[in-house]
Design a protein. Structure first.
Length: 384
């Protein structure tokens, strides 16, 4: 994904559901993160980071820190409790705007929009700590490699760089794939069609019956080992994909064979008016959609109208439609129907070579699960 498209994509995510876009807990989708709860996760993460740094026995100055890919400022705010000056940079204007509104540390904490493929905003040897987590994994390697070089340029000698990035996809067996016979679902919907406002959200009631021979484990009851969700795609009238991977709703509990549960899926309506098919399916995240194993999906025809036209239709015909508008809606000029989170990895040996040639000294490399169970990911600790 090129930088301009990446910016528009994450700007749109920042307008729709910013906290979930950063910490994608399936139970928090739809602006369900409470701000206090969200920012507390940053405090815990930074406390753990600084404790790890202590084990390296280096004398770290607490003058300046950089949070690369700061989003809403979750980690920048936490770093401000320790450092004299903290800077957060992000490519998405909506995220920077939210971070500034959420700032509780005054001029001690500064946020900057960084639209380029470098960190030319900052001079050489400027920061004592640079931290980046769950950011580089969403950036194409052609850019993330250059950002890593830039980290070392702006890192002060004796300072510390800590960043996370996946190396490669994990073997399927390591992410708890089920037998093919487990991926069988019967999906029943209440409505075969509906009318919705463009760029809004619609809530769809769905009954899901497990017609397989296997218990589907819920995310919470499996201690996070499985993520089996109800999800949807958007198709045009001919069934051609328009936007994949839209809404998500996790299983409410373990679902036994032949057991049925009711679920509510919040889906993001396409921006462009027209007639679409919302395809509902179950998905074992990072493993497979049930459809790809032979399970049947369900489709709802959705007529998307702009707000003014839809009001006239509903006033005249008395047709009921459900539209749940989000505070974080994208601008009508956005070219995206549904934003996405692309994932990338760079093999560990390439990262190590890049760090060495850029003047870095690797202190430690630790396995990390921030990218999810589908990836082999690592946290690199580097000085210079």
């Amino acid at each position: 994904m090129k930088l301009k498209r990446l910016q528009k994509n994450w700007d749109e995510l920042g307008r729709r559901d910013p906290f979930w876009s950063i910490l994608s807990d399936p139970t928090k989708k739809g602006n369900k993160w409470h701000p206090d709860e969200f920012f507390k996760t940053g405090e815990a993460e930074i406390a753990a980071l600084l404790k790890s740094i202590e084990s390296f026995g280096i004398s770290l100055s607490y003058k300046r820190a950089l949070d690369f890919g700061c989003g809403a400022g979750r980690l920048t705010q936490a770093l401000s409790c320790y450092f004299d000056e903290c800077y957060g940079v992000d490519i998405a204007p909506s995220m920077i705007e939210l971070a500034r509104k959420s700032n509780r540390h005054g001029n001690k904490c500064q946020y900057y929009l960084n639209e380029g493929s470098d960190l030319s905003l900052f001079k050489d040897n400027y920061f004592n700590l640079i931290y980046s987590n769950i950011v580089l994994q969403h950036i194409s390697p052609e850019y993330s490699k250059n950002y890593i070089k830039e980290f070392l340029r702006v890192l002060n000698p004796g300072g510390l760089l800590a960043f996370q990035i996946p190396s490669e996809l994990a073997p399927v067996e390591s992410i708890n794939a089920l037998a093919d016979s487990a991926y069988r679902a019967e999906i029943t919907i209440e409505e075969a069609s509906l009318i919705a406002k463009s760029a809004s959200e619609v809530a769809v009631k769905v009954k899901i019956k497990n017609i397989s021979d296997t218990i589907w484990p819920s995310f919470q009851e499996s201690q996070g080992k499985y993520q089996i969700n109800l999800g949807n795609h958007w198709l045009d009238q001919r069934g051609k994909p328009v936007a994949n991977d839209d809404g998500r709703t996790p299983l409410p509990k373990n679902v036994k064979p032949m057991e049925e549960v009711e679920m509510l899926l919040n889906a993001t309506v396409p921006i462009e008016p027209g007639t679409y098919l919302m395809e509902l399916d179950m998905v074992h995240e990072q493993v497979t959609w049930f459809k790809d194993k032979g399970s049947q999906t369900a489709k709802i025809m959705v007529r998307v109208e702009n707000a003014s036209k839809l009001k006239g239709i509903t006033d005249k015909m008395g047709h009921f439609y459900r539209s749940f508008s989000s505070f974080f809606q994208p601008p009508s000029s956005s070219p995206f129907l549904v934003p996405s989170m692309e994932m990338y990895g760079i093999p560990q040996n390439i990262i190590m070579e890049l760090l060495e040639t850029s003047g870095g000294k690797v202190l430690d490399v630790q396995p990390d699960n921030s990218a999810g169970s589908g990836w082999l990911s690592f946290l690199y600790y580097v000085t210079k």
